[in-house]
Design a binder for this molecule. Structure first.
Ligand code: WQD
Length: 339
């Protein structure tokens, strides 16, 4: 079976991608330092898949660990998720973000070259666009000044991959620019596990509905949008996982070297208030929220032009916002049962 290394594979998107990889006939091998995930994720994967997923506990910036993993496994390809991703924290700890997010990619590329592994899917982000001038935003839109060291580290990694490819090395690489990942595996066995107080909208909503948080604050309703709250492109994590499998399969079918960038979103935008009202509909309960001031650094509105990924990879989002919120709520309730 074709082995695929998933760095950060015990994380939110990585764990869901592990499920999709197995279902597509691949064998995922995880490396994760569990700095932003829990061992319970591995049990959840076993419950879904009916078998263990091999996981190395360690750091992608640990050269010896990466040497060991590559020497012990003959990888067909790699998906690189491992990175710190808290936008706010990155402004306080920029060096931590630059060294972790960039060094992990550089060490990974070094090991891939040494062991002749050519195919890489890289986890990038729509944050590289900042506030786009035109919407929906396409990959041809020039990237803007990053709003945070986190977003800048993603831009720098994209540039590293572009220059690495242009140097003529044997490589086939895709960068996927995620919009806003939400939802959970329909089984409720795995989902988003925010550490501490969630900064992202949907986990804050589900924790408020579960009584773990007193109230949700909507960060501003005075934007130039239909109801004044910000617009985002919320994509179900299982759609996002499927996009990674499609990207790998596309690369495996390329004869020549390849590098390109694809948006991964639904192509639709929803306001914060629409998300809240949709959640109330699927959960059949009122949400306690109030309007507060804008959050510094937020862009007003962004959603994806997905024509490129639709045509190149034959991928299109299948789940709706309702599906995402239903699955997020189901996951939150399972978490409460687990205690
Ligand atoms: C969404 C909307 C908030 C919380 C982040 C990262 C980005 C990417 C996706 C990794 C915004 C509003 C939120 C709350 C609110 N991650 N909101 N009250 O900021 O679009 O993107 O996740 O690649 O890098 O920045 O997501 O979920 O934080 O916010 O009103 O308590 O919800 O203002 O409009 P964001 P988010």
């Amino acid at each position: 079976m074709k082995k695929i290394l998933i760095t950060g594979g015990a994380g939110y998107i990585g764990s869901h991608t592990a499920v999709s990889l197995v279902e597509a006939g691949f064998e995922p091998i995880i490396i994760d330092n569990f700095s932003n995930s829990e061992k319970s994720v591995l049990a959840g994967l076993k419950n879904i898949l009916g078998k263990e997923v091999v996981c190395y506990e360690g750091d992608c910036i640990d050269r010896d660990m990466m040497e060991r993993i590559f020497s012990e496994n003959d990888f067909k390809g790699v998906i690189h998720f491992a990175a710190f991703k808290a936008v706010g924290e990155s402004t306080q700890l920029p060096l931590k973000y630059y060294s972790n997010n960039i060094d992990s990619l550089l060490i990974l590329l070094e090991k891939m070259a040494k062991y002749g592994v050519k195919d890489l899917v890289f986890s990038s982000s729509c944050t590289v666009y900042g506030q786009p001038d035109e919407l929906p935003v396409s990959e041809y839109t020039p990237r803007k000044e990053a709003e945070s060291p986190y977003g800048n580290s993603k831009k720098i990694c994209e540039d590293i991959l572009r220059d690495y490819f242009k140097s003529g090395v044997n490589s086939r690489i895709i960068s996927l620019r995620y919009f806003n990942p939400v939802g959970a595996h329909p089984s409720g066995e795995i989902g988003e596990l925010p550490l501490g107080v969630p900064s992202n909208l949907v986990p804050f909503i589900t924790q408020t509905a579960a009584g773990l948080r007193e109230k949700l604050t909507v960060f501003g309703d005075d934007y130039d949008t239909p109801d004044g709250s910000c617009i985002r492109d919320y994509i179900h994590v299982m759609d996002l996982a499927d996009a990674h499998v499609k990207a790998l399969e596309f690369l495996f079918n390329q004869k020549d070297n390849f590098y390109d960038i694809f948006n991964v979103g639904t192509g639709n935008g929803n306001t914060v208030l629409e998300v809240i009202h949709t959640f109330e509909k699927v959960s059949k309960q009122k949400l306690n929220y109030s309007i507060g001031p804008r959050r510094p650094g937020d862009v007003e509105k962004v959603w994806a032009n997905t024509e490129k990924i639709n045509s190149y990879l034959g991928w299109k989002a299948k789940y709706s916002l309702e599906d995402s919120l239903r699955d997020s709520w189901n996951w939150q309730q399972k978490l409460r049962e687990r205690g």
